[in-house]
Design a protein around this ligand. Structure first.
Ligand code: NAD
Length: 488
């Protein structure tokens, strides 16, 4: 068991209250660490440190090239500790080690992507109807409050910190209270890379208190939030106090649409991976499987044949494809949806039960569930469950598929499976979602913008679009006339 401090102004400190939180392995309940349980005052101290580092520290004087080099060093640091970080991620949030290892490499890539981008931030010169040299410069927004969830703890920290730092901002990151460990390890790597004190602060604790303080603080210029839609609304309301800039990455109820001409084997794989990767605890999970009726039976049969290959267990065990859910409370919530689905009249084809046996006794395991005969009006087809529960909905025509797909408050991700490229392009253009795939599900690239339509959020992360969220735009007008304006 390790005791962590949190990172404020370059120091590893306890909570002012002295309170700590136990962090446990969701697969077996083992005590992994104790971390400070921050309150509002701790978040405020971290904001003060970020404010001072932005307003008066050495950070603003660094060249973009130097900032870029520091980010590359962070990327290197992540790679140097990749194995340990992946194991820690698996222990803290439950995901299989292969998935955690992928996330760790992706986090390093993200720091490197934005390290390269630091030197490509530029403005432009404008012709204006006056004797003026007029140009536009891009500047950092200032102090960024960054609040992240528990499903991709290290990767979400990388998605938040790397563009903010590339653009020259300072930050206070608040990881989920359930999964702070890899973010704290990242803090250590950031300090070792030589990023000055106060530029990155990491506050561990719940949403109530420190999370709310970050969203509301008048000292914070921008809040970047990833989490549930209900929380996103609260963050947006709190952020309105000083009209801070805001970006929100929220939930989804994403349609994965399979047409009859799709390669069935690929579609079966894509349907399972889309729904059950990371225990289904993915904002972009393909949790609604829309299937053309003529292949419905074959697709379902194909999935049921493969479901036993999704081996449950501790994510560190070889061959495990699905770990536990993140917490007992979250498993209770997912189980309540299994009951809701059954009561609504959907047919539970498999899973939805706690696996039996000693290996599972102390963990929050749940067998992957597939519901058939789901109607688009049912709650299991409308509400984000955020667990291993797939709702299969048959359709008869392309128009019907599009209409069901778009009939949701969300608009994060969507996919289409077909061999007809014209249809693929046509259907994708009709889907109201920010992240789309054809004949695949889930690949995510640091180069491409990530974010949703409608209640799935606002703004975009990643790629060139992601850094825009961390930049202000300033116009500069240099008068080249030498005479007084003579207005009066
Ligand atoms: P959550 O909304 O409960 O918590 C997210 C973060 O917000 C946590 O750090 C939490 O402590 C903090 N928080 C809670 N209440 C707060 C408040 N009032 N003010 C400020 N901060 C507060 O979400 P979760 O359960 O951690 O994560 C699951 C959700 O995240 C799902 O809805 C999922 O779809 C979403 N998510 C979205 C994306 C995306 O990119 N769109 C990625 C991952 C997860």
């Amino acid at each position: 068991m390790k005791r962590y401090g949190m990172l404020i102004d370059g120091q590893w400190v306890p909570a002012r209250s002295g309170e700590t939180r136990e962090i446990r392995d969701p697969a077996d309940g083992a005590l992994l660490a104790k971390v400070p349980e921050a309150g509002r005052v701790d978040a405020e101290a971290a904001v003060d440190a970020a404010r001072a580092a932005f307003d008066a520290g050495p950070w603003r004087k660094l060249t973009a090239q130097d900032r870029g080099k520091l980010l590359f060093r962070v990327g290197e640091g992540i790679r140097a500790h990749a194995k340990r970080l992946a194991e820690l991620e698996t222990r803290n949030c439950g995901k299989p080690l292969a998935e955690a290892a992928f996330d760790v490499a992706d986090a390093a890539d993200c720091f490197e992507f934005y390290g390269g981008l630091a030197t490509k931030i530029h403005g432009e010169t404008m012709q204006v109807p006056a004797n003026s040299l007029s140009y536009v410069v891009r500047e950092p927004v200032g102090v960024c409050g960054q609040i992240i969830p528990w499903n991709y703890p290290l990767l979400m920290a990388a998605w938040k910190l790397s563009p903010a730092l590339a653009a020259g901002n300072t930050a206070v990151l608040k990881p989920s209270e359930l999964t702070p460990l890899t973010a704290l390890e990242l803090g250590r790597i950031i300090c070792e890379a030589g990023i000055p004190a106060g530029v990155v602060n990491i506050v561990t604790g719940p949403g109530a208190g420190p999370g709310e303080a970050l969203a509301a603080s008048p000292q914070v210029d921008k809040v970047a939030f990833t989490g549930g839609t209900v929380t996103g609304r609260k963050v947006m309301t709190a952020a309105s106090g000083n009209l801070k800039k805001i970006s929100l990455e929220l939930g989804g109820k994403n349609p994965n649409i399979v047409f009859a001409d799709a390669d069935l084997e690929c579609a079966v794989d894509g349907a399972l991976f889309g729904a059950f990767a990371n225990q289904g605890e993915v904002c972009s999970a393909g949790s609604r499987l829309l299937v053309e009726r003529s292949i419905h039976a074959r697709l379902v049969e194909g999935m049921l044949k493969k479901i036993p290959r999704i081996k449950l267990g501790h994510g560190l065990e070889p061959g495990v494809k699905m770990g536990p859910l993140v917490s007992a409370a979250h498993r209770d919530k997912v189980e309540s949806y299994i009951e809701i689905g059954v009561n609504e009249g959907a047919k539970l084809l498999c899973g939805g039960k706690r696996p039996k046996g000693r290996a599972f006794a102390k963990g929050h395991f749940l067998e992957p569930a597939i519901f058939d005969r789901v109607k688009p009006s049912m709650r299991i087809a409308r509400e984000e469950i955020f667990g291993p529960v797939l709702a299969v909905i048959p359709f008869d025509s392309e128009d019907e598929a599009v209409s069901i797909a778009n009939d949701t408050e969300y608009g994060l991700a969507a996919a289409v499976w077909t061999k007809d490229v014209t249809r693929a392009v046509r259907v994708i253009s009709r889907l109201r979602a920010g992240i789309t795939w054809v004949n695949t599900y889930h690949p995510t690239f640091n180069e491409l913008p990530w974010g949703g339509y409608k209640a799935s959020g606002m703004g975009r992360e990643l790629g060139l679009y992601g850094i825009e969220e961390y930049l202000e735009t300033k116009q500069v007008n240099i008068n080249l006339d030498e005479n007084p304006i003579g207005w009066y």
